[in-house]
Design a binder for this molecule. Structure first.
Ligand SMILES: *Cc1c(COP(=O)(O)O)cnc(C)c1O
Length: 348
């Protein structure tokens, strides 16, 4: 067993928390940026940091405008509601966050019907499936309005060729395109492309500051001025008009300046974890492209392994397939500890 004291590098919590990259705590520098933030009432459009951040992110993604959102779920919801109306439909992956993990919001709140399609193992939707799912103009059918994709998907980066083809197909058939880019910066760092390149084919994009970028709260919806104006109306309707929100925007702005390039470290640690676990008997690892490691353990021992790890201060998620996510608050010692604790379980 390693003698690593879990979590000793920060905060004193005895935990290597690999459940998600959402668990990060604001750094002292980020807290200082929050404390120093000038604020105004953003419902009046008065908050200087929100306004500056929206311009900064719009420029970074090569679009006209951007809008601060409370969460990625709110951002994707407002996106679907901005693109689609009652009786419209959006095409989306069966395993996409926007379809599966957002409480059915587009259907519940927008009367927008999802048309889920099977995700290929790399997260893409087959172009033939997309084409076949677009309904003709006929009173029997919902009006197909939008194609929604996700990058990264389960930690995998969509290829530039694929997103270009999928968006070209959608646009040629009169659909708009939305990208759930909760981890778009991970995709950019991993593939050596800019977020503007990754966003180029899409009419709108949602990004999260609260994942690998390490902010406590916050997302952004990005698109044309017209789309952002529509999303602004929807955001108000779903209770997302916030007041002195510069406190949150200051954290997001700090994250954009200081926490993008370091995502490469998270990716390197994910690879270290994957390599270490793959060397153990009875374990199969999907080689990670970014910061998410999927692990299969034989013999239905997933829950027992999770219990064993938890008792040693290592947190992960899953049932048959386990998921480990690296982030700012994990270091090489924590990864070594997680590998050693797994090896100990397999020896027992
Ligand atoms: C986390 C996540 C979101 C948004 O989640 P919130 O918790 O609502 O911020 C959206 N899409 C993907 C792919 C995500 O991982």
């Amino acid at each position: 067993m390693s003698d690593y004291a879990p979590g000793s590098s920060r905060g004193g919590e005895a935990i290597v928390d690999l459940r998600s990259d959402t668990v990060t705590k604001p750094t002292p520098a980020m807290r200082a940026a929050i404390a120093a933030a000038p604020v105004g009432d953003d419902v009046f459009g008065d908050d200087p940091i929100v306004n500056a951040l929206q311009q900064r992110v719009a420029a970074l993604l090569g679009k006209e405008a951007a809008l601060f959102m409370s969460s990625g779920t709110q951002s994707n919801l407002c996106a679907v509601l901005a693109h689609c109306g009652r009786g419209d439909e959006y095409i989306v992956g069966q395993l996409a966050h926007t379809y599966r993990y957002e409480g059915g919001g587009a259907a519940v709140l927008g009367s927008v019907q999802p048309q889920p399609l099977v995700n290929e193992p790399d997260g893409t939707l087959k172009l033939d499936d997309i084409a076949a799912a677009i309904k003709p103009d006929d009173a029997h059918f919902a009006r197909t309005r939008l194609l929604a994709l996700e990058n990264t998907w389960n930690g995998q980066v969509l290829s530039a060729a694929y997103t270009a083809q999928a968006c070209e197909l959608a646009h040629a058939r009169g659909l708009a395109t939305h990208l759930d880019g909760a981890r778009l910066f991970n995709a950019a760092v991993a593939s050596n492309r800019t977020v503007a390149e990754l966003a180029r084919d899409f009419d709108s994009v949602s990004i999260c500051f609260s994942k690998g970028l390490g902010a406590p709260i916050g997302s952004m919806f990005i698109g044309s001025r017209e789309l952002v104006a529509r999303a602004h109306r929807m955001r108000k309707m779903v209770g997302g008009g916030l007041r002195q929100v510069g406190l949150l925007a200051a954290a997001a702005d700090h994250a954009l300046t200081h926490h993008v390039e370091r995502l490469a470290t998270d990716h390197r640690l994910a690879k270290q974890l994957a390599d270490g676990l793959a060397a153990l008997p009875g374990i199969t690892v999907t080689p990670p492209q970014t910061n998410i490691v999927f692990v299969q353990i034989s013999g239905g021992r997933g829950p027992a392994l999770l219990d064993h790890l938890r008792a040693r201060g290592v947190l992960a998620t899953g049932l048959t397939g386990l998921r480990f996510v690296t982030h700012m608050d994990v270091d090489a010692g924590g990864i070594a500890h997680a590998i050693a604790a797994t090896a100990e379980f397999l020896k027992a």
